[in-house]
Design a protein around this ligand. Structure first.
Ligand code: SGN
Ligand code: CA
Length: 524
C-alpha cells in the first residue's frame, strides 16, 4: 500500500513531467525579416518580376504553409515597422514614428521580453535599426545602424567588431550556430533573423555578380507615370529612378569606356566595407556592362530603362543570397528534426517600388510600399499550400506569435492574432479596414508628405497633410484601378464611399487612441 507521502511525491513527479512536456511542446519560432523586400520579387506571389527572378527557397515556406496576400504595414519605413512588429502597437503608441534621429523606448512591453519571461530562449541576429540596444534577448548581435553588405560590423553586449564575410551569409551562420550550439536546449526558442538585404545600395555577393546579367526585367506599365491625378503630395517626392537614382552610388556606373572610376554624382560610390581585393573584383564584375553603357550612352527614356534594369539586377541578386540562406536554414531545421515543431515566418519591414510609378523606395500608402510579404509554416497546425486575402498588419505579428505559444497578449497591443486565419481560414468577423499613418518629412533625401489613411479590400482613402496644415485627399478604387493611377476623390458618385471611409478613419483613430492632426480631423 502506498503511503500518503509517496503518493504526494508521485503526483509531484507526474506534474513535473506534464509541465516539462508542455514546455517542450511549445513551438519554436523563427521570425525572418529582410529589409525592403517587395512582394513583386518573391515568386510565390506570381508577379512578373518573381517569374524572371524566382525565390524557390522562400517559396518553400509558402508551399509548406500559408501565403498572405493582404499583409500590410502601418507606417512604411524600417524602424517604425520594426517597432510595430515587436510591440504590436502602431507608431503613435510605441513612440517610434520616424526613422531618423529617434530612439526606441525599450522600457515598454515587447514580444521578445514576454517570450523570455515565459520560458523561451530568445535571440536577435542582424539588422535592428531602432537606435537602441535590443532587450528581451538572451543573445543578440546587431548590425551597426543600416549595416553593410561586406564585412559588416556587428555590435554585441560586449563589443563592436568587423566580421569577415557577406552579411546575409553571416546572419544565417550565426543564427544556425545559436540554434545548434548556444541556446539553452531545455527551452523552446524564439529567434529573429533580420537581414540587411535587399536594402539600398544593393551590393550582391560575389557568387551572384552575374546571376541576372542577361535577365531582362519586365518594365512596369507605370514606369513613366505622369502623376496627373495625384495631389501635390505625390509630385514633390524625390525618389524617382529618373531624377533620383545615383549613377555611381546606386548603379555602379563608371565614367568612360575601360574606366573603373565610378561616377560620383551626388553621393560617393559605396563599397561597403570591402577589402581592396574585394573592391577590385566587384568593380571588374561590372566592367563589361558599364563599357556597353558608355559606348551607347542612352538618354531620356532609354536611360531610365537602363537604370531600371541595372537596379533590378542588383536588387534581385541581393535577394538571391537571402533565398540561398533561407534554403540553408530550412535544410538545417529538417536535418536537426526541428522543422515539425517550429513556426517559420518570412516577412520584410515594408514593401518597395520596383519602378512602379517611376519610383524606388517606399513610405507612401500606395500598394507597393504599404504591402508586406508574409508567409508562415507550422506543419503541426497549418496545412500546406494555403493562401489568404485576410487583411493583416505588422501590429498583428506579436499577438499571433504569442497565440502560437499559448501566451495571452497584453491589452495594450493593438494587433490581433491571425492564428485562426492561418489554421482555419478567415473568420466572418475578421477586420475590414486597416489604419495607416506616415510621419517622416524632409529629414532625408526622400520627401513624402505625412499622411493618414484607411485601406479596405476595395477602397483606399488617404489624407496628405502639410506642415502648413493643407490637406490633400486621394481616393482609389483598387478593384477598377489596382495601380492607383486614378484619384477619384471628389468625383461624381463617390460621396457615400468617401463619407464611409472618413467615418472609418475617425473610428480607427479612436480605437487606437490616436490624435489626428487638427487640419484632417476638421474635415472628417
Ligand atoms: C537610407 C537610404 C534611403 C532609405 C532609408 C530608409 N538611403 O537612408 O534610400 O529610404 O535608408 O530605409 S542610403 O543612401 O543610405 O542608401 S529603411 O530601410 O531604413 O527604412
Ligand atoms: Ca526597410
Amino acid at each position: 500500500m502506498k503511503t500518503k507521502q509517496s503518493l504526494f511525491v508521485l503526483n509531484a513527479l507526474a506534474l513535473t513531467i506534464v509541465g516539462a512536456n508542455a514546455q517542450q511542446q511549445k513551438p519554436n519560432i523563427i521570425y525572418i525579416m529582410s529589409d525592403d523586400h517587395a512582394v513583386q520579387a518573391i515568386s510565390a506571389y506570381g508577379h512578373p518580376v518573381g517569374k524572371v527572378a524566382p525565390t524557390p527557397n522562400i517559396d518553400r515556406i509558402a508551399n509548406d504553409g500559408i501565403l498572405f496576400n493582404g499583409s500590410y504595414c502601418g507606417n512604411s519605413i524600417s524602424g517604425p515597422s520594426r517597432a510595430a512588429v515587436i510591440t504590436g502597437k502602431h507608431s503613435h503608441a510605441n513612440g517610434f514614428k520616424e526613422n531618423n534621429g529617434v530612439q526606441f523606448n525599450s522600457k515598454q512591453i515587447t514580444l521578445p521580453k514576454i517570450l523570455q519571461q515565459n520560458g523561451y530562449a530568445t535571440a536577435m541576429i542582424g539588422k535592428w535599426h531602432l537606435g537602441s540596444k535590443p532587450t528581451g534577448f538572451d543573445h543578440w548581435m546587431m548590425l551597426n545602424d543600416q549595416g553593410e553588405y561586406y564585412n559588416p560590423q556587428f555590435i554585441t553586449p560586449n563589443d563592436t567588431t568587423v566580421h569577415k564575410g557577406y552579411a546575409t551569409d553571416l546572419i544565417t551562420d550565426y543564427s544556425i550556430d545559436w540554434i545548434e550550439q548556444q541556446r539553452n536546449a531545455e527551452k523552446p526558442f524564439f529567434i529573429m533573423v533580420h537581414h540587411k538585404a535587399p536594402h539600398r545600395s544593393w551590393l550582391p555577393a560575389p557568387r551572384h555578380y552575374y546571376t541576372f546579367e542577361n535577365t531582362e526585367f519586365p518594365i512596369p506599365e507605370t514606369l513613366f507615370d505622369d502623376y496627373s491625378t495625384r495631389t501635390r503630395a505625390a509630385q514633390e517626392q524625390m525618389m524617382t529612378i529618373d531624377k533620383h537614382m545615383f549613377l555611381g552610388y546606386d548603379l555602379k556606373l563608371a565614367d568612360t569606356v575601360g574606366s573603373k572610376n565610378w561616377i560620383n554624382d551626388g553621393i560617393a560610390p559605396n563599397f561597403s566595407n570591402m577589402t581592396p581585393d574585394e573592391k577590385i573584383a566587384y568593380q571588374a564584375a561590372y566592367q563589361r556592362t558599364n563599357d556597353e553603357f558608355n559606348k551607347n550612352k542612352p538618354t531620356g527614356k532609354e536611360l531610365v530603362k537602363w537604370k531600371y534594369q541595372r537596379y533590378m539586377r542588383d536588387y534581385c541578386a541581393t535577394i538571391a543570397a537571402v533565398d540561398d540562406n533561407i534554403g540553408r536554414l530550412l535544410d538545417y531545421l529538417e536535418k536537426a528534426g526541428l522543422d515539425e515543431n517550429t513556426v517559420v515566418i518570412y516577412s520584410s519591414d515594408q514593401g518597395f517600388y520596383l519602378g512602379e510609378h517611376g519610383w524606388y523606395d517606399k513610405r507612401f500608402m500606395y500598394e507597393e510600399s504599404m504591402r508586406m510579404p508574409l508567409m508562415m509554416k507550422f506543419p503541426k497546425s497549418i496545412k500546406p499550400r494555403q493562401q489568404t486575402n485576410a487583411l493583416v498588419q505588422n501590429i498583428d505579428y506579436a499577438p499571433t506569435i504569442l497565440d502560437f505559444c499559448g501566451i495571452e497578449k497584453p491589452k495594450e497591443m493593438h494587433g490581433v492574432s491571425f492564428k485562426q486565419v492561418a489554421e482555419n481560414g478567415k473568420p466572418k468577423t475578421w477586420r475590414k479596414s486597416l489604419y495607416y499613418r506616415y510621419y517622416e518629412y524632409r529629414k532625408w533625401i526622400h520627401y513624402v508628405m505625412p499622411h493618414i489613411g484607411v485601406k479596405q479590400e476595395r477602397y483606399k482613402l488617404i489624407a496628405f497633410h502639410s506642415p502648413e496644415n493643407e490637406v490633400y485627399w486621394e481616393l482609389y478604387d483598387l478593384k477598377k484601378d489596382p495601380q492607383e493611377i486614378n484619384n477619384i476623390f471628389g468625383k461624381k458618385g463617390t460621396a457615400k464611399i468617401t463619407a464611409n471611409l472618413k467615418s472609418e478613419m475617425k473610428s480607427l483613430a479612436e480605437m487606437y487612441n490616436d490624435t489626428l492632426p487638427e487640419c484632417v480631423a476638421k474635415q472628417l
